[in-house]
Design a protein around this ligand. Structure first.
Ligand code: AP5
Ligand code: ZN
Length: 216
């Protein structure tokens, strides 16, 4: 299955991506995670991306497109993949069409996670990420046993720099101006499946897997 996840910041794309990718045995490719690991590794790409990410803006298309093109050409993505965070505007969607055509492949489906504005703000303000293993927790919805210590690996948790209120507001504006048109774009092609992303993580995973099963 060649799957794209869309949805506003904090909809639960990263959370669901883990379960969906495992269920369908496909690699999870998250542009946000790739940028963050380049930032923490101090690479040239990370230095370039950081200023855009901290401001809540999109990293320029030419940088992001080249990174995704390289990743999708790797062997493990030939039979299928889950893309989380890409495409994020119509130009990136057209780039993805070009990448698929050059690999003689096509997208199977685009899964849209629907969640309201207030819930997005609640989810992002309480999110805590592990510095060591990258696991994502939530202070209220998915708390760790000890504050700010990861239950999976003992690593320290941090609050993402782009999860503070002013930047969240700006990311939501960027989403509605640049990314939400993708919902109509893929719907118009008959490639979109939307699910309600409110409720527990387990409920949403169940809905996602049921909606995607026909495309596996
Ligand atoms: P990215 O990392 O992709 O951020 P995002 O799209 O804003 O998405 P988030 O990671 O914030 O949220 P999510 O939907 O994954 O939610 P999560 O599962 O963590 O991108 C960051 C930046 O990188 C961008 O701003 C941009 O600068 C750059 N970038 C990335 N891709 C790019 C591209 N293609 N082009 C240009 N620039 C790009 O969940 C949130 C919280 O809620 C967690 O705490 C979780 O535990 C909790 N939670 C999840 N589900 C539930 C539930 N059902 N109930 C209760 N709590 C829940
Ligand atoms: Zn950890």
């Amino acid at each position: 299955m060649r799957l794209v996840l869309v949805g506003p910041p904090g909809a639960g794309k990263g959370t669901q991506a883990e379960f969906i990718a495992e269920h369908f045995a496909i690699p999870k490719i998250s542009t946000g995670d790739i940028f963050r690991s380049n930032v923490s590794g101090g690479t040239e790409l990370g230095r370039l991306a950081k200023k855009y990410m901290d401001a809540g803006d999109l990293v320029p298309d030419e940088v992001t497109n080249a990174m995704v093109r390289d990743r999708l050409a790797q062997d493990d993505a030939v039979e299928g993949f889950l893309l989380d965070g890409f495409p994020r505007n119509v130009l990136q969607a057209r780039e993805l069409d070009g990448i698929m055509a050059s690999l003689d492949r096509s997208l199977s489906v685009v899964l849209d996670l629907e969640v309201d504005h207030d819930e997005v703000v609640r989810r992002l303000s309480g999110r805590r990420t592990c510095k060591q293993c990258g696991h994502v927790w939530h202070v209220e919805y998915d708390p760790t046993t000890r504050p700010d210590v990861c239950d999976k690996c003992g690593g320290a948790l941090y609050h993402r720099d782009d999860d503070y209120p002013d930047t969240v507001r700006h990311r939501l504006e960027v989403y509605s101006a640049q990314t939400s048109p993708l919902v109509q774009f893929y719907d118009g092609r008959g490639q979109l499946v939307s699910i309600d992303a409110l409720g527990t993580v387990e409920d949403v995973t169940e809905r996602a897997i049921a909606a995607l099963a026909p495309f596996a």
